[in-house]
Ligand binder design. Structure first.
Ligand code: C2O
Ligand code: CU
Length: 508
């Protein structure tokens, strides 16, 4: 297990306090995380601490309902049943975890008990929450040690489809994830049924563990030439993803924890309108999702509404979510997540009438119909960022290669021992424009914590966006949630190899 950055943060704090004392500042502790180098002549930026006053003030300003939803999350070794094959994994009980559901404005209190033989944490993906509850060891908290407990407690702000997973090592590629659905107290959409559909690529306990995968990938092409490669995937190609589709070969693709040979089943009645909330919990796989015999009306991405768009399929990168509406036909239909560029698929059944279930290998014309991607989308008016001038422009240049496995941001591989090195700085209240520039030959699902930016030019509000090879994506957001926020590729192997940085709020 990597020590991650908890230790480094501790060191920074101690060092900061020494410097602070020596200089007689009174702002001890809060806001002092980055004050390590105060003794050098050029004073480096100082950042708001995850427990600092600005974070607390921002949380107090969240108009909560005062209602509390309490959940217990016990992370422990377990087994997943893959159509009769039992595989050892780590999970919060079932895979995926039981969906957590509450209404916007309510407080989530999650009592996490770590019964794993490793540090862990829980990150609430997509939420603009108080920074010290964001679950990134070293940036926002110390890791939850083996056998230890930790209570997350925060006010939720916005309705939408979110999810949770650890932010330690490659644990994301185990069974430690679940959906977090925040209901809108005044839901504007009308529908009869709602399904949560979690897509995942699965290898844990079957071909090894995610740590084995990471080790092999880190060895780069050398390991593969040596003949020891068992996880590395070569030749995964996708036009939609601009070329190389992924690094890792998976024996299973799952919908709600079930493989095609023992598919998840959804039922409804013909004519019913269903809201499907798709979540890609994969680590190295984008899914092209379709429901055979149906059109999809895409209504949300990453929890935020868009001007609805119809299509036959939708492309979902790791970490992304899409909500769609479908009007159910009469019969039995295949719900598929085609593993983009990997020649395999996640598969489930939708049943509204009698008939034979389709085969997992069934041809699904919708997969080759109109495939919606984020570029085709426009934010709904009510969530469009109000027009204003940009106060700060930042660039995140993504670099690295599969060969060297040296994925990085702005030329720097994230260093858990020095987490603030290379951090992107903003100040509270600014309108920030971030240009994500992909100089690599591979696509990356870029994710920013704690904010939901808008693709420039009126695009969708999102927190995770596919950036194609050789291209750049510009997004804007308001710096209204102070703290230290991870920004990284949501390919867990790229992130662990170093394609991660922090966005920090500088103190005035
Ligand atoms: Cu799903 Cu750093 O996040
Ligand atoms: Cu990546």
């Amino acid at each position: 297990m990597e020590p991650l950055i908890g230790r480094a943060l501790g060191q920074s704090r101690r060092a900061a306090n020494v410097s602070v004392t020596r200089r007689g500042f009174l702002t001890v502790g809060v806001g002092a995380v980055a004050a390590v180098a105060l003794t050098s002549c050029t004073s480096p930026p100082r950042y708001v601490s995850p427990t600092g006053a600005p974070v607390q003030q921002t949380e107090l300003a969240r108009a909560g309902t005062g209602r509390v939803t309490s959940v217990d999350l016990v992370a422990a070794p377990s087994q997943i049943d893959l159509a009769g094959t039992l595989a050892s994994t780590w999970s919060f009980g079932p895979v995926p975890a039981t969906t957590i559901r509450l209404t916007a404005g309510d407080t989530l209190r999650a009592n996490v008990r770590n019964r794993l033989p490793s540090d862990t944490s829980v990150h609430w993906h997509g939420l603009a929450l108080r920074n010290d509850m964001d679950g990134v060891p070293g940036a926002t908290q110390a890791p939850i040690g083996a056998g230890a407990d930790f209570r997350y407690e925060f006010v939720t702000e916005r309705p939408g489809t979110y999810w949770f997973h650890p932010h330690v090592g490659a644990q994301l590629d185990r069974g430690l994830f679940g959906a977090l659905i925040i209901d809108d107290p005044v839901e504007p959409l009308a529908y009869d049924e709602e399904w949560v559909v979690i897509l995942d690529d699965w290898m844990d306990g079957v071909t090894g563990t995610p740590d084995d995968v990471l080790e092999e990938l880190r060895g780069g092409m050398g390991g593969m030439m040596g003949g020891g490669a068992s996880h590395m995937m070569m030749g995964a190609r996708s036009d939609l993803l601009g070329g190389d589709a992924g690094d890792v070969s998976y024996p299973y693709f799952l919908i709600n924890g079930r493989p095609a040979a023992d598919p998840a089943a959804f039922s409804g009645a013909p004519g019913q309108r269903v809201r499907i909330r798709f979540i890609n919990a994969g680590s190295d796989t984008a899914f092209r999702v379709a429901l055979g015999g149906h059109r999809l009306t895409i209504t949300h991405t990453d929890g935020f509404p868009i001007s609805p768009v119809d299509g036959d399929a939708v492309l979902i990168g790791m970490g992304e979510r899409y909500d769609v509406l479908v009007t159910l036909g009469d019969g039995v239909f295949p719900l598929v997540g085609s593993a983009e560029g990997k020649d395999d698929r996640a598969f489930a059944i939708v049943r509204t009438g009698t008939g034979e279930a389709p085969l997992a290998s069934a041809t699904i014309p919708e997969l080759d119909g109109v495939v919606i991607t984020a570029e085709a989308l426009t934010a709904a008016e009510r969530v469009t960022l109000p027009a204003r001038g940009v106060d700060r422009e930042l660039t995140a240049t993504l670099s690295g290669s599969m060969m060297a496995y040296d994925w990085a941001i702005n030329g720097r591989r994230f260093d858990p021992a020095d987490p603030l090195a290379g951090a992107l700085g903003v100040r509270q209240g600014e309108r920030v424009k971030l240009r994500i520039q992909n100089t690599t030959q591979m696509w990356h699902p870029f994710h920013l914590h704690g904010h939901t930016y808008q693709h420039t030019g009126g695009g969708p509000r999102k927190d995770t966006s596919i950036v194609l090879p050789g291209q750049s994506l510009s997004v804007e957001f308001d710096a209204d949630n102070p703290g230290l926020w991870a920004a990284h590729c949501h390919n867990i192997y790229h992130a662990e190899a170093g394609m991660m940085t922090l966005l920090g709020y500088q103190t005035a």
